[in-house]
Design a protein around this ligand. Structure first.
Ligand code: NAP
Ligand code: MN
Length: 270
């Protein structure tokens, strides 16, 4: 089995990466950074986002597994002290492959068109003042937006930035995009829906810049600044990301453990 490891860069994550390589040799795995079948991310959810973007161009050929070295991760479901168990299971078990939807955009600027994919979300923010944009859904005008920004999130990203702006948490089996507002201006002159909306697969939305403005576009943990964005078309990608699961850890259990702190018996951990 061909594998690659990416770590967060702190001492613990680095030492676990070293340990993983040693255990991998013992089990006959082949280290291959260019064309791995499994990518092991050691760190946090941010590390897994980096791993995703390292392999985004070959996303249908790789599967990810995350080991967390901080608190519970949404994408990292193995603990640091379980590394040996993980390697043993990788050597002996056939994992379940879990596939999550991704978001895709086509960015059109004055000079080019380019495509990006995200695992968590895209955000658009005004740099110098409010963002002014027209939002079309399926090629028809939906609303005129004025405010700090817009978050376009995937289901698995719905627990990240989207949640902070009041968006709903969406199970990753629902192939959809969620569009949430960041501090929209609403008064008698400007009007937006206010609540977030979910688009199903095969629908699309266009965010069209309505003034000369600098816009900060974030793609998961990455950010790009543009002064000549014409529009951004958003849709559910036809590609998905794969995770290898050697034991069940359901999405709702992750949500409960990360945000509520209840264990299965109803006790709350601080
Ligand atoms: P970060 O500042 O470390 O990320 C913020 C927090 O979001 C971290 O605790 C991170 O976990 C967690 N996180 C990442 N993906 C998640 C997910 N799918 N579900 C639940 N929590 C998640 O920066 P980063 O590690 O590079 O991550 C980038 C992400 O941060 C962006 O994609 C965005 O979703 C999020 N973000 C959130 C806000 C906000 O809520 N106001 C603002 C900016 C960015 P780890 O500590 O395990 O990395
Ligand atoms: Mn982080």
């Amino acid at each position: 089995m061909k594998y690659a490891v990416i770590d967060r860069g702190d001492a613990l994550s680095k030492s676990l990466a070293e340990k993983f390589h040693q255990l991998a040799v013992e089990h006959g795995f082949v280290r291959n950074e260019e064309a791995p079948e499994i990518v092991v991310s050691i760190g946090g959810d941010g590390t897994l986002l980096q791993a995703f973007h390292n392999y985004v161009n070959q996303i249908t050929d790789v599967a990810f597994v995350g080991v967390h070295t901080g608190h519970l991760g949404f994408y990292a479901d193995w603990q640091a002290d379980e590394l040996e168990q993980l390697v043993r299971m990788m050597a002996t078990e056939t994992p379940r492959i879990v596939r999550y939807p991704l978001a895709e955009i086509e960015l059109e600027t004055a000079t080019e068109k380019c495509h990006y994919m995200s695992l968590n979300e895209f955000t658009l923010k005004g740099v110098d003042g409010t963002l002014v944009a027209q939002i079309n859904v399926n090629d028809e005008l939906f609303e005129m937006f004025r405010g700090d920004g817009i978050v376009i999130s995937t289901p698995s990203g719905s627990t990240a930035y989207n949640k902070s702006v009041g968006g709903a948490i969406v199970h990753p089996s629902i192939e959809s995009l969620q569009i949430a507002e960041i501090a929209s201006i609403n008064n008698r002159v400007f009007r937006t829906l206010g609540s977030s909306v979910m688009l199903p697969k095969h629908h699309h939305c266009d965010i069209i810049s309505k003034k000369e403005q600098r816009i900060l576009l974030t793609i998961d943990h990455l950010s790009l600044m543009h002064s000549d964005i014409k529009s951004i078309r958003c849709c559910v990608s036809s590609r998905k990301v794969s995770f290898v699961r050697y034991r069940p850890f359901t999405f709702w259990n992750r949500v409960r453990e990360a945000f509520l702190g209840y264990d299965a018996s109803g006790e709350r951990k601080e």
